[in-house]
Design a protein around this ligand. Structure first.
Ligand code: CAA
Length: 658
């Protein structure tokens, strides 16, 4: 096995190279070995400066998240970082790939930071419910100022090398060979006889006296219910107000508190689940995928145009096919508007926008279908219409083309039955046309071939989406659970709650939108469909009136229902349906359900998804509540799922013993 840390000599410079695939995370083995090898290199008289770099695809991508929640083994990351900064010879970080979290903290402890032009640097800790706990919150403001530090640490998104240079986060960008450039830089430092300069020795002054108050005010709404962003602000504030050593202590305390929090546990679960979801049980990772170099979308409504954008974003040429010129023009206008907006907001530059628009081929006839490797049908939700389209596809598409339907509510086996190649047919469901919604459900029908499934998963990942594999049954995971939840929310309206109250309770829980607001956004007309046959958006007052009328019509005496009771009813209904989906095998694992809800339906990641949340609440408590609802609310819809009942009685959770 290759050594995890090597030191090689190049002239007067020692190259300390870390090699801990896949992402050079600071595992216990790496930390120990790094300290030992560094100590040797610092003691070697022939070495006058050191270059710290990494083998493989990236610089250190952070602490080893798998060790979180366990007893830390010395030396911990802060000790390693302090050791590097105290070095008596200049240590130069040579960064390629991503320097993230503890990796960036390690770089901040070095005395010079150099990066490849393609490198990215950032602090993703908030997305794990913690803060940079190895001096990052104390050194970063000293280097780039308090405001920029707050933005980087609380924003969580990495910056590219050019921006890092502008901020003063790195000293230079190295074009060409990074190691060679870093060694040359080290030689110059040696020649100049400059002693190591330490970031911790700098002072930081507050640019704006009310910076912290304003910053907190700016994130209060967006980060509601989360601990980490606010703890980050407190830690950065300590960097400004306290000497370095005292600031470090504050950082340690805040870090330890966050590390123990249920939010950090939930976010770690979400991190690993996002990676695990790609490993589909029963579908070996080496299942060959069919190449998808061209695509077609049939039906250019809101979902069809959103799918076309995904292909164009992935630089896959895509034909947009519709039978009506007006519909085609409308769909194209949606796509053009999307890209114009991306250009205006700086998400794309003009050449990239042109390249993506250049991937689109609008057409009114089926000729374009002949060559497509993957065809996505996105016509109106009607079985006969879809079977017709699939009959057409069967006649025109080349052998081996993948045929996907965007339905969730119809029987995909029946749709596949409209072809002579059901093994090439599967479902591909985007819960929302909004590009920010990252979920795609890939639904295997009874006869879908494994390589067709693998291909669709690979394509979805090339869209940078989170692809969840499900067994095709009407509703899949997301829509089916959402319908159950919405039904419960509607019952609550009749009993005494108001739509705005239900939505607010969900919002406070962490959802971006409550069930009614989300339904209205997605064009579902759920409130008082008799009174509102055209599905128009209703004002809060009209919605309330409809709820009162509904109670009256059913002879229900309205009562006051608290926010907690609203959430329990709706979330426990959601969880019970999730348990049924698991026992029916529609979802293979609870994590598939959690990923669907976090990435497709706005379930707050810091609560881990509905099934993880259920384990945190305790299945026994949920089971008891369900039995109570069965008695008090409605006997038929409130039957505990046998799986939930079994687990609750055995004291277990969806993810095993608590
Ligand atoms: N610790 C442990 N394992 C990690 C890891 C980490 N920090 N980062 C990635 N991995 C693992 C993944 O789980 C995955 O494992 P499997 O192959 O077994 O599924 C593997 O490395 C590859 O990861 P990705 O699939 O995510 O690879 P990618 O190329 O798409 O992305 C990456 C690479 C951008 C580095 C991404 O993995 C990432 O964002 N990692 C997390 C970075 C992070 O959050 N760092 C901060 C850690 S907290 C910290 O450092 C606190 C502190 O102050 C001390």
């Amino acid at each position: 096995m290759p050594e995890i840390v090597t030191v090689t000599q190049q002239g007067r410079v020692g190259i300390v190279a870390l090699n801990n695939p896949p992402v050079n995370a600071l595992s216990h083995a790496l930390r120990s070995e790094l300290c030992a090898r560094l100590a040797d290199a610092l003691a070697a008289p022939e070495l006058e400066a050191l270059v710290l770099c990494c083998e493989g695809r990236t610089f250190v991508a952070g602490a080893d998240i798998r060790e979180f929640g366990k007893e830390p083994q010395p030396p911990d990351v802060p000790e390693v970082v302090e050791f590097v900064e105290r070095a008596t010879k200049p240590v130069i970080a040579a960064i390629h790939g991503t320097a993230l979290g503890g990796g960036l903290e390690l770089a901040l402890a070095c005395h010079v930071r150099l990066a490849a032009a393609t490198a990215k640097l950032g602090f993703p800790e908030v997305s794990l419910g913690i803060l940079p706990g190895a001096g990052g919150t104390q050194r970063l403001p000293r280097l780039i100022g308090a405001r920029a530090a707050l933005e980087l640490i609380i924003g969580g998104a990495p910056v590219n090398a050019a921006r890092a240079r502008e901020l003063g986060l790195i000293d230079a960008i190295i074009e060409g060979d990074l190691k060679a450039g870093a060694v040359a830089f080290a030689e110059r430092l040696i020649d100049q006889g400059r002693p190591p300069t330490r970031v911790s020795a700098r002072t930081v002054t507050l640019e704006e006296p009310t910076l912290f108050e304003e910053f907190v005010a700016g994130i209060t709404e967006r980060c509601r219910g989360q601990l980490a962003p606010f703890h980050c602000v407190r830690a950065v504030r300590a960097a400004v107000e306290l000497p370095f050593a005292e600031g470090l202590k504050v950082e340690r305390e805040l870090f330890a508190e966050l590390m123990r929090s249920p939010q950090a546990k939930a976010l770690r679960h979400a991190f690993f689940a996002e990676r695990e979801v790609a490993k589909v049980p029963g579908l070996p990772l080496d299942t060959p995928a069919r190449p998808v170099k061209s695509a077609a979308v049939v039906g250019v409504g809101s979902i069809g145009s959103a799918v076309a954008i995904c292909f164009a974003d992935a630089h896959i040429p895509v034909s947009l096919i519709d039978t009506s010129r007006d519909d085609l023009e409308r769909g194209l206008a949606v796509v053009r508007r999307h890209y114009a907006n991306a250009l205006e907001t700086g998400q794309l530059d003009a050449p990239e926008m042109e390249a993506r628009l250049g991937c689109l081929r609008p057409a009114l006839d089926d000729d374009e279908l002949e060559t497509a490797d993957l065809v996505v049908e996105a016509v109106f939700e009607d079985l006969e219409l879809k079977r017709d389209v699939f009959g057409r596809l069967d006649a025109i598409c080349k052998p081996g083309a993948i045929l996907a339907t965007t339905t969730t509510s119809l029987d995909i086996d029946a749709i596949a039955g409209g072809t002579r190649r059901p093994e090439d047919v599967l479902g591909i469901h985007f819960p929302s046309p909004t590009p920010a919604v990252r979920l795609v459900e890939i639904a295997r029908a009874r006869r879908t071939a494994p390589d067709v499934c693998a291909s669709a998963l690979a394509v979805a990942r090339s869209f940078r989406k989170v692809a969840v594999s499900v067994v095709a049954r009407p509703g899949f995971i997301g829509s089916r659970m959402r319908s159950r939840q919405l039904r419960e929310a509607l019952c609550l309206l009749e009993e005494g709650a108001l739509p705005a109250q239900v939505d607010r309770a969900f919002y406070e829980f962490g959802f971006p939108l409550g069930p009614f607001a989300a339904a209205a956004r997605d064009g579902l007309d759920v409130i008082g469909s008799d009174a509102n046959p055209n599905g128009e958006r209703l004002s809060e007052r009209e919605q309330a009136e409809l709820a009162l009328e509904a109670s009256k019509a059913r002879g229900v005496v309205r009562r006051t229902i608290g926010d907690e009771a609203i959430l329990e009813r709706c979330l426990f209904a959601l969880i019970n349906e999730g348990a049924r989906i698991l026992e029916e095998g529609v979802a293979a694992r609870p994590l598939d359900i959690d990923m669907v809800w976090i990435h497709g339906y706005g379930f707050p990641a810091h609560r881990g998804g509905p099934m993880f949340y259920a384990d945190e609440v305790g299945l026994s408590r949920i089971h008891t509540a369900i039995l109570d609802f069965q008695e008090r609310v409605e006997p038929t819809s409130w039957v505990p799922s046998p799986l939930l009942e079994r687990l609750a009685k055995s004291g277990s959770g969806f993810y095993g013993a608590p």
